[in-house]
Design a protein around this ligand. Structure first.
Ligand SMILES: [Zn+2]
Length: 304
């Protein structure tokens, strides 16, 4: 069984009619997963609710308490914009807390069982920096999950970010930590403009792999073979966290890379050569059809 950490509450983060990061993304993924040939081997798990386990103290160890408070107030007042790209609705704060819980439930599952799982959440997280959310992201889900893992038995945590955009927030939060290795594959130049290969982290624990517009799986495979797998394998991580965004698909409206959904199955197979203790968590991906098929392709190799 592969757990899918999901709640319908994730649909309640309302970004408005014209925003690409919408509830329909999760609905499309859900529909595709439920019609996959191995659908009965998925275990749909509702994340620990925020009354039973508030993640606020953990989030405060990563994010500026003033930002957390301002975000809560913005939601309580009915919502608004953090920046031009990042709307907040009345329920967004609570939904973002539940998303963090899903990621950390995923960490618990992977560490305890030694097996992979998928956190099917929104809002995404990898652009949020310590002091503020940005780029559709409210809390730094992957960095929070990594720190949670380090507090709960893991000695070394690897993060692979294959969203088409650089995971600037994740990198900024973890780049000083020798117990975390962060690797990002992203289109360059592209939003948010960070992620140069020269950014290596305080302990050479960061590996940025900028990819040119139009890149295909033929361009990505050598990068996995020669760079990503050696960098993360030699670290011998106790946990691999994947910031799984799907906006590098050819049909995605927000970027210019030319991957196909089945290429994400190739990525998963590379991850499985590093460890089976993997938490995949959803980041971007804005073309509903290829997004949904890509999640199916990501999970399919986990079934064997
Ligand atoms: Zn993205």
């Amino acid at each position: 069984m592969v757990p899918i950490l999901y709640s319908d509450e994730f649909l309640l983060h309302d970004t408005g009619r014209f925003h690409p990061e919408t509830a329909g993304r999760l609905t499309a993924i859900q529909t595709a997963l439920k019609s996959a040939p191995w659908a009965e081997r998925l275990e749909w798990r509702i994340p620990t609710n925020v009354q039973a386990r508030s993640p606020l103290a953990l989030i405060q160890s990563i994010h500026d308490p003033r930002y957390i408070q301002a975000l809560r107030q913005l939601a309580e007042q009915g919502g608004g914009q953090i920046d031009g790209d990042t709307p907040v609705s009345r329920l967004s704060f609570e939904v973002a807390l539940l998303a963090v819980n899903a990621w950390i439930d995923g960490v618990d599952y992977a560490l305890q069982s030694g097996e992979p799982c998928f956190a099917l959440v929104r809002p995404p997280g990898h652009h949020a920096v310590a002091g503020i959310g940005m780029g559709f992201c409210l809390f730094s889900n992957a960095a929070i999950a990594a720190h949670y893992a380090l507090k709960n038995g893991a000695n070394r945590v690897a993060i692979l970010d294959w969203d088409v955009h650089h995971g600037n927030g994740t990198q900024a939060i973890v780049e000083d930590n020798p117990n975390i290795r962060f690797c990002s594959l992203h289109e360059s130049p592209q939003y948010p403009g960070t992620g140069q290969a020269s950014e290596r982290g305080l302990h050479k624990n960061v590996l940025n792999l900028p990819m040119g517009a139009g890149s295909t799986i033929e361009d990505y495979q050598p990068v996995f073979d020669q760079k990503i797998v050696p960098f993360l394998s030699e670290f011998a991580p106790d946990l691999l966290i994947v910031s799984a965004g799907y906006d590098a698909n050819h049909d995605d409206p927000l970027a210019g890379i030319s991957l196909k959904p089945q290429d994400y199955g190739v990525f998963t197979r590379y991850c499985l050569t590093i460890t089976r203790k993997i938490v995949f968590g959803l980041e971007g991906g804005y073309d509903f059809d290829t997004l949904a098929q890509s999640v199916v392709e990501t999970i399919a190799p986990l079934m064997s």
